[in-house]
Design a protein around this ligand. Structure first.
Ligand code: CAA
Length: 379
């Protein structure tokens, strides 16, 4: 067993860390406060190859592996989880989906500009009545000659308000239920696609989550991703990879919160000494470091399983489940180590705490991850 990272993997960790420190950290708190979407940062990430890390170079990507992708999301999220999820959605929910299921024409025309960062992608499955029960799609796509007419409302579309392309699931044959769902590649510039609202959220506030409406939106059949009725399977397959991205995001949040707590515990003095010398604090930091290490091993292992062509469904869900719960636990404890200062916006840990929560919810709640794992181990 070889736990040594490759040269490429070490390189992307260094590049992503430097980028996060230099370009993201200085504005992270302010963007969070004002819900400011980081257009400039996203543009620069495109130039660095961060928007299509594991996509082949011929389709505009950086041509690296999924472990490299996980490391990049971890490093971005260590500083700013909003940046982490913007990149994660584009990389693993949109680019990876088109690369796996798209036609050559779709890869040339739609994937390449997304992977190079020239355009931004979003993924749209959730609806007002379809959260954990993702198959309960009410958005319809009705055939009309060479086109489909789409009507419906989609919720919680990360990047939705800023996206150029949306990978959208809609019901083409309601009688077939889960096998009547089809995936489409939507161009948001076309008439009939609009943003109803951008959510005012607890965390990841600099990343925008939109409610979107489709009102007689016409999409040509050449923009169908995969075959009719394959949409649910496509969405689930994409989410398996996406969950490694969210595990990486959670890992980065945990690491950032831990580092802040460690630094604070070394300089904060009470009862005449640095608080790290008190067992209650030192042991808390030891538990943080241990859980983070376990989350990292699970996350990189799931990414490595994907890279090596193994069935990684359970591994991805285990990584997301454990890493997201580690992020929430670590961020909670990081505030405790800071005492009252942790409750103040003058210190970064309250942002890590607010950002951590969503990792236990989106791309499948912790309860859904347990469901997926239990089904997989029962096979
Ligand atoms: N990988 C591949 N295929 C899968 C799969 C997986 N993980 N899970 C299910 N499938 C396939 C099944 O094999 C089946 O296909 P076949 O009949 O061909 O075998 C088909 O999908 C239907 O499966 P189920 O009968 O298991 O479907 P279900 O209705 O019981 O639902 C579920 C399964 C696991 C609960 C699923 O609905 C689920 O994962 N729910 C959570 C949804 C979710 O993660 N939403 C996140 C939205 S995206 C987001 O968060 C926004 C963002 O922008 C970040």
């Amino acid at each position: 067993m070889d736990f040594q990272l490759t040269e490429d993997q070490e390189f992307i960790r260094k590049a992503a860390r430097e980028f996060a420190e230099k370009e993201c950290r200085p504005t992270a708190a302010e963007r969070d406060e004002h819900k400011t979407f980081p257009h400039e940062i996203v543009k620069k990430m495109g130039e660095l190859g961060f928007m299509g890390v594991a996509i082949p170079e011929q389709y505009g990507g950086a041509g690296l592996d999924y472990v490299s992708y996980a490391i990049m999301i971890e490093e971005l999220s260590r500083v700013d989880a909003s940046i982490g999820v913007i990149a994660s959605v584009n990389n693993s929910l949109v680019c990876a989906g088109i690369e796996k299921f798209g036609t050559e024409e779709q890869k040339q025309e739609i994937l390449a500009p997304l992977a190079s960062g020239a355009r931004l992608g979003a993924f749209s499955l959730s609806e007002p009545g379809a959260g954990s029960d993702a198959a309960a799609q009410k958005t319809t796509a009705v055939a009309d000659g060479d086109y489909f007419i789409i009507n419906g409302t989609k919720n919680w579309v990360t990047n939705g308000s800023e996206a150029d392309t949306i990978l959208l699931m809609a019901m083409t044959d309601p009688d077939k239920g889960v096998k009547g769902i089809t995936a489409f590649l939507i161009d948001t510039a076309d008439a009939g696609c609009s943003v109803l609202k951008v959510e005012d959220k607890l965390g990841i506030r600099s990343a925008h989550s939109a409610q979107m409406s489709y009102d007689n939106y016409r999409v040509h059949k050449s923009r169908m991703l995969g075959a009719p009725g394959q949409g649910f399977k496509i969405a689930m397959t994409i989410l398996n990879g996406g969950r490694i991205g969210i595990a990486s995001q959670a890992l980065g949040i945990a690491q950032g919160a831990y580092e802040a707590a460690l630094e604070y515990a070394k300089i904060r003095e009470q009862f005449g000494q640095a608080i790290i010398n008190f067992e209650a604090v030192g042991f808390t930091l030891a538990d943080m470091a241990t859980r983070i290490k376990a989350a990292r091993l699970l996350t990189y292992n799931a990414a490595w399983m994907k890279d090596s062509g193994q069935n990684y469904i359970a591994a991805a869900s285990m990584a997301k489940l454990f890493a997201s719960e580690t992020a929430m636990w670590t961020a909670t404890k990081a505030i405790q180590v800071h005492g009252s200062n942790g409750y103040s916006k003058e210190y970064p840990v309250e942002r890590y705490f607010r950002d951590a929560k969503i990792t236990e919810i989106y791309e499948g709640t912790s309860e859904i991850q347990r469901l997926v794992i239990s089904r997989e181990i029962a096979r």
